[in-house]
Ligand binder design. Structure first.
Ligand SMILES: Nc1nc2c(ncn2[C@@H]2O[C@H](COP(=O)(O)OP(=O)(O)OP(=O)(O)O)[C@@H](O)[C@H]2O)c(=O)[nH]1
Ligand SMILES: [Mg+2]
Length: 202
């Protein structure tokens, strides 16, 4: 099982559609995906998770409930989850993170990354909407510092993409395959990951 997580409206569903070609509901406003949506793809389950954080037209209490449901889903399925792709809006995230820190709160993306590490779930951070970002490397370095990812581990953790415009999806797919292989070899399993598992749909 591979899960796609992240704040609302960062482009998780768009990314899944682009990577797998499977139809998932996408939309302009935060709060489109309301429940974990499972897509069967090449002998794997891909899960499109609801976004956490602001959802338009959804009361705050319900937003909190959705976040709890996401946490429970991940905890309940931790053994089965081979890989998490944490999707970030590369344009909006640095500002949001700084705003939360100024308020003395732990930014939700930082909290979620730490949560996935705690559960020992291999994680890739897909820095999406890079079409809107002027200095991509600077954004990634900033995020790495906030997430506590050492400089040397940046290339194996962060990947800039544009789901909407199909940019660097090959880079993401390669990193996903690498992480899946590493997990398999660490578990000493015999089965191969499979060729062309993560073909991009253009
Ligand atoms: N500019 C830009 N927009 C993007 C990109 N990827 C997705 N979007 C847009 O972001 C919006 C949200 O996309 P979704 O895929 O529905 O986002 P989501 O993360 O699944 O949202 P929730 O289900 O509400 O959590 C849509 O308007 C997409 O077209 C990108 O790479 N660049
Ligand atoms: Mg969605």
């Amino acid at each position: 099982m591979i899960i796609f997580v992240g704040r609302s409206n960062v482009g998780k569903s768009t990314l899944i559609f682009r990577l797998t070609g499977k139809w998932v509901k996408r939309g302009k406003r935060p709060g489109v995906t309301r429940k974990p949506v499972e897509v069967n793809w090449r002998n794997r389950k891909i899960v499109d998770m609801p976004g956490f954080g602001f959802m338009s037209g959804v009361p705050k209490a319900k937003q909190e409930k959705v976040k709890d449901e996401i946490v429970h889903f991940i905890e309940d399925n931790a053994d089965e989850i081979e890989l998490a792709v944490l999707v970030i809006d590369g344009k909006a995230a640095p500002e949001i993170i700084e705003r939360w820190e100024k308020r003395g709160e732990i930014p939700i993306d930082v909290e979620f990354y730490a949560f996935l590490q705690e559960l020992k779930i291999p994680t890739i951070v897909a820095v999406n909407k890079m079409d809107k970002v002027r200095n991509v490397q600077k954004t990634i370095n900033f995020l790495a510092e906030k997430f506590g990812v050492p400089y040397s581990a940046i290339p194996e953790t962060f990947v800039p993409i544009s789901a909407k415009f199909g940019k660097n999806l090959d880079g993401l797919r390669l990193l996903m395959e690498k992480k899946l292989r590493e997990r398999k070899s660490s578990e000493n399993l015999q089965n191969d990951v499979g060729d062309g598992l993560l073909d991009t749909v253009e």
